[in-house]
Design a protein around this ligand. Structure first.
Ligand SMILES: Cc1ncc(COP(=O)(O)O)c(C=O)c1O
Length: 451
């Protein structure tokens, strides 16, 4: 019997997974008893995979931290990726592999788009992308009229930083740890428009109070905006978005949130963050196809931001003005649905807890070594999967090259004027045995050298 949305919701409920509102309320062609294929191509396979995961989680503890350590329950999740297991991939921060069901859905939509593109791409597939906008908006907790689909965080943040009406003397505050591309953008606006770009430093690691106090101290009567990372990519530190937004709003300052590593990594929703602008990449923690992201803009702020590519004047207050990029594939966007279903079958809190557990599985055994310096806070509310460490005597670039060339192990070297190290990022498909091997490799490198 083909799976139906109702049977999927029942499976999730049996497993103790609270079905997200976007799934239970999404109604485009999706009557509860209708076959899954009727409401999204490729979704049947995703529902099958999600059903296996939900079944493995059935009867699990309601405490995500307990489930995170309950190894047998994670086998179905680990098996959901068709990755090359001869590579120990601990570089899941930049871009991630998608679960097999997402790739399957993507390929199905890609092939369908080539039937007769003027019809199949433009008239059949693109209109379905509106349903994806609705699902994503519900998952983020905003209205679908506030969410633009983008190709990545870069597109979302560039749109905002280049589209806001700042003039000479207006100040924009960010940190020295924010993403390098956006430093370039603000430098260009400084050169072109005379804005003042003020990068502040933050302690590594930093407490919530210190972070908010440093941003507050940097605000002057000329400050127009703060650009903050939800998760700092260099260290994995989470910033207290809500506290920063409330502090800045009280002073009339807009906060632009770079959520590249936030969505589907940190459990969140718009109202908990309180943010007005949030951009993310879905090819990172959601595991959606490469080249997918979204830009959220609070409804009343849409009109004040120029789009990167000019759109018809009547779209001035319409979120779709940010999507006016010309011919583009619909397949990556359509497969976001399968990535959302996959994520829902695990649950946002359980995923976050498991990622922290995986981080601690390699970090805890090394934490007391005198040669290790940890640049990431380890409290649950301050970091997730990403952690950066410095090994005394081992230059990060050489260590990362040695790990790859000798041991097919991927990590990211981090070289910053204020600190350095290797960034290590497991993913849900990473096994405890993988991480034990990594611990041995790091110990060996320090004790025996890289020779
Ligand atoms: C903090 C941060 N912002 C933005 C980006 C850009 O993401 P994308 O290349 O998906 O646009 C990254 C990429 O890793 C990042 O780490």
């Amino acid at each position: 019997m083909p799976p139906t949305r109702r049977s999927f919701l029942t499976q999730l409920a049996t497993a103790g997974v609270v079905a997200p509102a976007w799934l239970s309320s999404a109604s485009r062609g999706a009557e509860p008893g209708a076959p899954v294929a009727a409401f999204a191509p490729g979704l049947a396979a995703a529902v099958d995979a999600a059903g296996r995961i939900a079944a493995a989680m059935a009867g699990a503890s309601s405490d995500p931290a307990v489930v995170a350590a309950d190894e047998p329950r994670w086998a179905a999740v680990q098996a959901s990726w068709a990755v090359d297991r001869t590579i120990l991939n601990l570089e899941n921060g930049g871009v991630q592999p998608s679960p097999a069901v997402v790739n399957h859905a993507y390929l199905q939509a890609w092939l369908a788009s080539h039937d007769a593109p003027a019809h199949s791409l433009n008239r059949v597939l693109w209109p379905q992308v509106e349903g994806v906008r609705a699902h994503l908006a519900a998952a983020f907790g905003c209205d679908s009229e506030e969410l633009a689909l983008t190709r990545n965080t870069t597109e979302g943040i560039e749109t905002v930083l280049l589209g806001l009406r700042w003039t000479a003397g207006d100040e924009v505050v960010t940190t020295t740890q924010d993403y390098w591309r956006f430093h370039n953008t603000l430098r260009q606006r400084a050169d072109r428009d005379g804005i003042v770009f003020l990068p502040i430093t933050l302690p590594v690691p930093a407490s919530v109070d210190e972070i908010v106090a440093r941003f507050a101290a940097a605000i002057t009567p000329r400050t127009r905006a703060l650009l903050i990372s939800h998760v700092i990519n260099l260290t994995g530190q989470f910033l207290p978005v809500r506290e920063i937004v409330l502090m800045a709003r009280a002073r009339g300052v807009l906060v632009v949130v770079d959520g590249a590593h936030g969505f589907a990594h940190v459990p969140l929703n718009r109202d908990a963050l309180e943010c007005d602008i949030y951009a993310t990449s879905l090819h990172k923690w959601l595991g959606a196809p490469h080249g997918t992201g979204f830009l959220y803009v609070r409804r009343e702020r849409i009109a004040e931001i120029w789009p990167l590519f000019p759109a018809p004047a009547e779209l001035r207050g319409n979120i779709r003005k940010f999507e006016s990029i010309g011919t583009a594939p619909a397949a990556p966007y359509l497969a976001i649905r399968e990535a959302l279903v996959f994520w829902a079958s695990i649950g946002a809190e359980r995923k976050a807890a498991r990622l922290r557990w995986l981080r601690e599985r390699w970090l805890a055994p090394l934490a007391d070594e005198p040669w290790l310096k940890i640049h990431t806070p380890r409290q649950p509310e301050l970091a997730g999967a990403l952690a950066t460490v410095e090994c005394a005597g081992l230059p990060p670039t050489k260590l990362a090259a040695w790990l790859w060339e000798r041991h097919r192990t991927l990590v990211r070297p981090v070289i910053h004027p204020e600190f350095q190290g290797i960034r290590v990022t497991p993913n849900l498909y990473t096994t405890p045995a993988d991480l034990e091997r990594f611990v041995d490799l790091l110990r060996g490198a320090v004790l025996k050298g890289l020779g």
